[in-house]
Unconditional design. Structure first.
Length: 538
């Protein structure tokens, strides 16, 4: 009897001790944090609205992630946990059975709130002990966790706790993108890039809330996507590249792998088969389609505008039906890009005939057609999309047909333009585009294209002068980061002086990702305090 009373009191005593230890632990976790201010954080693209409450949420080994059980939410939670692990080394559990007393939580929650009705919108409430992310869709949740990732400091905070803590500033964010299409294009035809390189580019774009990667899959120098019914396209047409290296191509399985990787990041792949010009590689593989009776040679130079399909041949269109059909079948995204640029050796009436016929093929395969702005010369369906790169007149003709426009003016948005005369890579036929002029323009009111026609912005990266991932990164970064803000954030929230500081603070992230960005002298790049390896050792 006596013994059992003793045991009971011991238990009560231990419980109280454990409880107060808990409280003590919790106190330690909220005191002594550096002053934080959500509104001066380094978020890119800048969110629509932010209210700072100047406290700190402690992300640490006692934090857990919970998600609603709607489709796609748990995957978003797991993605966040994986990225937190990469950045901090913390092993954060997702949807564990119960919330132990010690935990602070990140809830990723589906909500029907009207404010969140816009596609990809999300809200973030960060308090001392919870981060609540609300969205209508898993896509919105995915955009929201990029904000959380960016709010987690690159280095751990100083605190009294015996274990490492990363302090996330408290406050509220309501966010949603201005444009539904936020893309970059990668030319894998002039130089081929491996699946692994493409995935790295996708990862970096996803961090800045891009939702489209357009792959320029074919050009004079190479055909980079397997077409099972026409195997020579890749066997012959994929065998070289600019400069004469070995080239390469994606099998359909590899392409599907890229598509799936993008889909996990709520991004779509836009496949482009550039035609009727830019088709030398196709015509070397199947000479019948250029109509000259002569088999052309593989091309390893960088000139444009010398090739064309024979647009009046009926067999051409059954070939293209196969090509478009096979690619469309493995592309879940809504778009198919037919190129259509610089067909300098195609007669204008033949060009128009061709584009109008191919548009029908694309629509038959259930896709929305995109073409470079020259397609504005043809009579297009209003559901088709013109990508404005060079000619305002062509783009305005497309507007007159009720088409949407993707803004990619070469003088402002071309990632392959040199930064300045000292640039290590790039061309400058359109302009030199230093980091500031890439950012300081207003796509919303550019060259008279009405705002309501603008589907979004895309920054193309042509690859005549780049042949590996480091060179790709040199041209794409930091400018691609600026285009993310141009396409997501409203003009009132964009300001070069403010952006410049936020951009400087991307350096630790870019370093950790091993991105060989161009260290623009216009930016006072932040030094990384710890290298990635040092964090791992900690
Ligand atoms: C123009 S932009 C092209 C490409 C080149 C690029 C180089 C466009 C639709 N056509 O074929 O690669 O310039 O900057």
């Amino acid at each position: 009897m006596k013994n059992s009373i003793l045991v009971k009191s011991l238990l009560v005593f231990l419980t109280i001790m454990a409880f107060s230890a808990c409280i003590e632990e919790k106190k330690k976790r909220v005191i002594n944090f550096p002053q934080t201010d959500l509104s001066t954080e380094n978020l890119i693209p800048k969110p629509m609205k932010m209210i700072a409450t100047n406290g700190g949420f402690a992300l640490d080994q006692f934090t857990a992630i919970y998600t609603s059980d709607n489709a796609g939410y748990e995957e978003v939670g797991k993605f966040l946990a994986e990225k937190i692990k990469g950045k901090t080394g913390l092993d954060i559990q997702v949807n564990v059975a119960e919330i132990p007393d010690m935990e602070t939580v990140i809830y990723i929650n589906r909500s029907d709130s009207l404010e969140l009705n816009a596609p990809e919108a999300y809200q973030l409430y960060i308090t001392l002990d919870s981060v609540i992310l609300n969205s209508n869709t898993a896509e919105g949740a995915f955009r929201g966790i990029q904000t959380i990732r960016q709010l987690i400091p690159e280095t751990r905070s100083d605190s009294l706790a015996a274990y490492p803590i990363w302090t996330i500033p408290t406050g509220k964010i309501s966010d949603s993108p201005q444009f539904e299409y936020r893309g970059s294009m990668l030319d894998v035809a002039r130089h081929f890039f491996s699946v692994e390189d493409v995935k790295k580019y996708i990862d970096l774009l996803a961090y800045y809330k891009y939702n489209v990667l357009h792959l320029h899959l074919t050009d004079d120098q190479g055909w980079r996507i397997e077409i099972k019914s026409w195997p020579l396209l890749t066997e012959v047409g994929g065998s070289t590249e600019v400069g004469g290296e070995a080239g390469g191509f994606y099998t359909q399985e590899e392409y599907k792998d890229i598509v799936a990787y993008a889909a996990e990041r709520h991004m779509v792949i836009v496949p482009e088969v550039d035609m009727p010009g830019h088709t030398n590689a196709a015509s070397v593989s199947y000479p019948v389609f250029n109509g000259t009776g002569i088999t052309p040679e593989l091309y390893e130079g960088t000139q444009v505008g010398k090739s064309t399909f024979a647009t009046r041949k009926d067999t051409l269109y059954s070939f293209l039906d196969d090509v478009v059909g096979e690619i469309a079948a493995i592309t879940p995204g809504p778009y198919f890009h037919i190129g259509g640029d610089e067909s300098h050796v195609t007669k204008k009436k033949d060009y128009i005939y061709f584009v109008e016929r191919v548009e029908k093929i694309v629509r038959k395969h259930g896709k929305r057609m995109i073409g470079w702005d020259e397609i504005g010369q043809a009579k297009m369906d209003s559901s088709s999309i013109s990508q404005f790169w060079a000619s305002k007149e062509n783009a305005l003709d497309a507007v007159a047909m009720g088409m949407k426009i993707i803004m990619s003016p070469a003088t402002k948005a071309y990632l392959d333009m040199e930064y300045d005369t000292l640039s290590k890579h790039g061309l400058h036929w359109a302009a030199y585009i230093p980091t500031d002029s890439a950012y300081i323009w207003t796509p919303e009111s550019y060259e008279g294209i009405p705002m309501e026609n603008i589907l979004g912005i895309e920054a193309p990266l042509w690859s005549e002068t780049i042949s590996d991932i480091g060179e790709l990164e040199y041209l794409a970064f930091p400018r691609a980061i600026g285009y993310s803000e141009l396409s997501w954030s409203i003009p009132e929230n964009r300001d070069w002086e403010n952006y410049k500081i936020r951009l400087a603070n991307q350096a630790p992230f870019l370093d950790r990702m091993n991105v060989k960005y161009y260290p623009s002298p216009l930016i006072d790049w932040k030094k990384s305090k710890y290298s990635y390896k040092e964090i791992e050792k900690d």
